[in-house]
Design a protein around this ligand. Sequence first.
Ligand code: SF4
Length: 488
Amino acid sequence: MAINFNNSNIATRENRIGSITGYVGTLKDLANQSQCGTLKGCSRCFSQSSTCLSSCGLSQLAAIRDVAVIHHGPAGCSVAGSSAYYMSKVMAKKRGVTSDTIYVGTDMNENDTIFGSTESLRKIILEVNRRYAPKAIFVSSSCATGIIGEDIDSTVEEVREEVDTPIVAVHCEGFKSRIWATGFDIADHAVLQEIVQPPREGVKTNKINFKNFFESARPEIIDIFSKLDLEPVFLYCNSTVEELSHLSESIATTCICGTLGNYLGNALEEKYGVPYVRSINQCGIRGFEAWLREIGRVTGRSDKVEQYIEEQRVIYLPQIEEVKKELKGLTAVIGMGPGYTFEVSRVLDELGIKVVWALAWHYDKKYENGDVPPSMKYLLDNDIDFEASVADQQNYEVMNILNQYRPDMYLSRHPGSTVWAIKNGTPAIYVADEYMIFGYQHTLEFAKTILDAIRNRSFEKNLAKRSKLPYTDWWYSQRVDKFLEEAK
Ligand code: SF4
């Protein structure tokens, strides 16, 4: 991948790495088509829902402490500000720090969309800088500014000297990608372009960049890493601009999910030689051990890692084996982002649960370095196959699949999706927290959570009896694959 820090705009995931949002078939077929270059992806004649990439991108940036996000667009676009408020205030409070991050919408109106409003934008930037003295300013575009060709780059350059704080244009036009995860890359690009500095002469630390969402397992990970003589730097929730400026001096970069972290990891490696830990993620025992071993290899700490693994195995493996006896033979449907869909599929296989269908909200056929995502490669190398589809949270397709397969459980990382499954009578497990299956202890807890969900099914049965769903028998009798083929 050639990263160009001189340009504030980056190509979408569709154009950069060939990601898709429509496919129905099997995991192996999906991989084969990816490898031989024939994977094109389907389109839909009906789309129930999607998300704007600016929500992903700007909420990441707004999670950084004491910065300003200026969202140049109509008021409706600034709805992302609600999650930004959550990130900057609630998550900071939870960690015991303060954040004075602010999120400002420029409230473009009809006149602005006809005559342009870069002058208003300039004034707003200067006023935000005067009033709040942020540690960095991110100036974002929107669909409206993209359509009229508002030149936010030039505005940023014009005020650069006056604001005397890092300032960068962030290209978040929602229409440019169907894949909301493109927003993660856009946020990374902005941070890399303006905040991260080249390493100071001779400085190399024992810090390891750890890209995650909400750092809920922070104390636990600090403790694990201290045993390896490593110090995690969690990104971006509650990060400071000062911390981010030194990411190039770290010993390595890792992440909780390849979809979230692969742009930053690869870019830091390419630009500053900071190794990116390429491994299946930390979910389940196989994932956790593979991840730790790769960290050990990359940082020269393999002996310490093996010692830690040995100690933990003695404590947890017998307990996990005990729970597995009750899970063997159960069936599951999964609907998540692609990072987690294929990681959680592996964990379910590890626990003896058969995945009958996996939906990924999009699919990256390769990562920035050209490799197949490790989670996918693991499944293929271990001859694990199942029916799979790519659907950007099209819940009507989830309902069709659940109705057809009647699995023992449905797992999703998106709450709206699990609610519908429950109304359909399917026990659902909301894998909300990114660390819910992290390492030995949380894999054991996850296995027990599944047991809880399937042992007593009266809630789902009763709710299903009393819920009238909008889906007709006609829809339930359709095969999702036929529907998509026709819609190609
Ligand atoms: S940027 Fe576009 S897609 Fe995103 S919220 Fe605004 S109008 Fe909607």
